[in-house]
Write a protein that binds this ligand. Sequence first.
Ligand SMILES: Cc1ncc(COP(=O)(O)O)c(C=O)c1O
Length: 353
Amino acid sequence: MDLQGQWTALLPAARAALLDVVDSGRFILGPQVAAFEQEAAAALGVAHAVGVANGTEALVLALRAVGVVPGDEVICPAFTFYATAEAIAAVGATPVFADIRVGDYCLDPAAVEAAVTSRTRAVVPVHLFGHPADISALRAVCDRHGLALVEDAAQAFGAAGVALRGDVSTYSFFPTKNLATFGDGGLIVTSREDVAETSRTLRFHGSRDKQTFTQVGYNSRLDELHAAVLRVFLPAVAGWNTARTAAAERYRALGLGEVVGLPPDGGVYHLYVVRTSSRAAVADACRAAGVATGVYYATPLHRQPVFARLPPRDLPVTDAAADQCLALPMFPTISEAQQVAVVAAVTGVLAPA
Ligand SMILES: Cc1ncc(COP(=O)(O)O)c(C=O)c1O
């Protein structure tokens, strides 16, 4: 990743916006947060947006806002960042891991349906690596069983079809995300007035007026400094996502698909994750060529020590993905020469299939 590269042209505006906040003396829930919430809701095509401290707490608050309570079960993938299931456990519910689809690494609607019990309250698909999960099919499962649909869109800001059909969706603005700030930030978006209202209350200690406290909530607010930066970056995200898509097309045109499995088409390529049974050899060859790689996610959540107390789940597609996936360089300003070097390193160790 090259964070600074994509930001270069906007850094003067971002610095000025930060100084404006300092000079304004308004730091918590002021005009920047209110404006960013409106602008983000408009960009995403949803009615309400609620800025919060990070993507993990966005999930915690969203789960509570749709009525998840201790003792409930919530179905989610095991092939995701830990925060997805951590948030479910944090509200006292039990994560129930369902398998993913081979093609897009997102929840398999049939596996979700098979995991529903009388205690299931919600389903949390993750739009993994920026690829939209099959929300139409997941919505149908939720409607059949009366479940809430909570979309973890942390990795998919700007992806088409995301955050429109769930009861609520959540984003992270961690510095590496497609829309990011200079630190931590998060967002809850929803078209449900009741969910937006509960989220606003929960982020502020369970209060709407600082005088009367109706719930045990959180101190989980997006602050004015981050909102000001996000307002500078928000108009650029669509262009950055287009550049990521063009880079993905270039990897294909350079012949990468002849030696490794390519990511699915579509989405916003938060990460560019290929598939190979020779992952260690490819990673070594890349390192030798000065090309960074990353493994997302080596140990799926059903195998993490923290969840050893849960009943064992058989998730063969998840396990295979965890063994074979490797992220190659992907960022909006990646150059053709950089991509040629990546493809040369990968094809150099792997004979064409
Ligand atoms: C899928 C997913 N969910 C949730 C999170 C949590 O977001 P944050 O780091 O802002 O708490 C992340 C990213 O870190 C993520 O990738």
